[in-house]
Ligand binder design. Structure first.
Ligand SMILES: [Zn+2]
Length: 268
């Protein structure tokens, strides 16, 4: 799970499961990214976003949290205080590049993509990429937009995590569904197979192909290879019956926060 000083770890803190994204050394003191899995954060708030904010940062915390309304599109928005809750701007990709505002997205089988870079200044990109979003190329679109607004000439120094989400073991679609046929047309041939009248898609693999196409080095990509449907005791899974609960991906800059403020990073 660990690369050269970066990677991820799955932990549980007082019953709250989470994946901690372990940053490369040059971003370790700058960015914090966590995916909250099944546990009290979602369970005790019923998924209410202001409730989640209070459990994370404390009551009346005043910390701007951007939580876009996810529509399976390709639009990227930037995390700005003016777009924070209670506003719900539409978007499936979120760029965070300034301290003082947190960004978030929610998942139940769809694939979370996290990209980070120090070039030209630190940024973190969150992407919600389900079947429709992956077919529409949301990750590629969001990265092109990120490069444009940050002025990055290349992604050779960026690092990415893809997953956890529903795996090719479980993600099947009916062949006669027009959207399935569209996916077969759009997605790379090695990211799907047809078996007994069903198409099985490997969405993380399709996303990783996009990253290669954009010249991200292979060694800078980690696949968090956990299937949310196979492991639905730990992960929210729409296919396994979770209709409102979702995993909660949170990212922001550490500047302005002391270690104890981010309680979910306490050692266990
Ligand atoms: Zn599975």
């Amino acid at each position: 799970m660990m690369g050269l000083g970066w990677g991820w770890e799955k932990v549980s803190l007082q019953g709250q499961g989470m994946i901690r994204y372990l940053m490369p050394p040059q971003l370790d003191d700058i960015l914090t990214v966590t995916l909250f899995l099944k546990g009290p954060l979602m369970g005790k708030t019923g998924g209410c976003l202001s409730g989640i904010s209070q459990r994370l940062f404390g009551r009346d915390n005043g910390i701007p949290l951007v939580a876009p309304s996810q529509v399976h599109g390709t639009r990227m928005i930037e995390a700005l205080p003016s777009r924070s809750l209670p506003a719900r701007p539409e978007g499936d990709a979120l760029l965070v590049r300034r301290p003082g505002v947190f960004g978030s997205l929610r998942f139940a089988d769809c694939i979370p993509v996290v990209g980070i870079s120090v070039r030209p200044r630190p940024w973190v990109l969150l992407v919600h990429s389900g079947f429709v979003g992956t077919s529409r190329g949301v990750t590629g679109e969001a990265l092109r937009e990120t490069m444009k607004v940050t002025g990055s000439a290349s992604l050779e120094e960026a690092h990415f995590w893809v997953g956890p989400g529903i795996g090719p073991c479980c993600y099947s679609r009916k062949l006669d569904d027009p959207m399935t046929r569209e996916g077969l047309k759009q997605l790379p041939g090695d990211s799907w197979r047809v078996e007994k009248g069903m198409a099985y898609f490997d969405l993380p693999s399709a996303i990783i192909t996009t990253l290669y196409d954009m010249n991200v080095p292979e060694g800078n990509i980690i696949r968090i290879d956990q299937c949310t449907s196979c492991s639905s005791s730990d992960y929210y899974s729409y296919r396994k019956g979770d209709r409102t609960g979702k995993s909660f991906l949170l990212a922001g800059f550490r500047e302005g926060f002391h270690k104890p403020d981010l309680w979910w990073e306490n050692k266990i």
